[in-house]
Design a protein around this ligand. Structure first.
Ligand code: IMP
Ligand code: MG
Length: 180
């Protein structure tokens, strides 16, 4: 039995994801041409997306990873965003593109976006997420680049985890009841 046997439904397979990443990368390449772009991947969820997306972007960008925690292992958000680094990166006068796996309540990206704007003084801040979950948004966040929309259900794969596992699934799917 492999992790693939734990999956109930595949929502977006790898071919579909990569085709979409091609489109988003083309858009990013054109939007940021000639600008000082610093991509800020949010660990760990944004890791797989960032690796596959940025290899398609044709710009000499920089990367500064941020690590936050908001879930603490369950399937519901904890209501608090903890930053894991002592010092924020130098983003002054740069154009910042934050990259995360999913926008759910908006709590995480609201906190990150605000902190970057207030403490790092960048020229601009935009947000890219692989998934936009169609749910009651507790915090108003408007992503600039979205891979796909998903319904209000718990999904895993392509960076998204359940209790730290399944981030390495090459597709996005749902977990069988018996594994939750
Ligand atoms: P938010 O702060 O409620 O927007 O949640 C964002 C974070 O919660 C994401 O970065 C994910 O780590 C996690 N998350 C939200 N929905 C899901 C899901 O369906 N599967 C796995 N993780 C999720
Ligand atoms: Mg997570």
């Amino acid at each position: 039995m492999t992790m693939h046997d734990h999956i109930d439904q595949i929502l977006f397979d790898e071919d579909r994801i990569l085709a979409r990443l091609d489109e988003i990368a083309t858009q990013i390449t054109s939007d940021y041409e000639g600008k000082d772009l610093i991509v800020v991947p949010i660990l760990h969820g944004g890791l797989i997306l960032v690796a596959n997306l940025l290899r398609r972007v044709k710009l000499p960008l920089k990367m500064e990873c941020l690590s936050v925690e908001s879930y603490h292992g369950g399937t519901e958000s904890s209501g608090e965003v903890t930053f894991n680094q002592l010092r924020l990166p130098d983003l002054k006068n740069a154009h910042v593109l934050i990259i995360d796996d999913i926008l759910d309540s908006g709590r995480t990206l609201d906190a990150i976006g605000r902190k970057i704007v207030e403490e790092c003084a960048p020229d601009s801040v935009k947000i890219c997420v692989l998934l936009d979950k169609k749910t009651e948004r507790a915090f108003e966040v408007h992503p600039d680049y979205v891979g796909f929309e998903v319904g209000d259900e718990f999904v895993i794969g392509y960076g998204l985890d359940y209790q730290g596992r399944y981030r390495n699934l090459p597709y996005i799917g749902t977990l069988k009841e018996e594994f939750i």
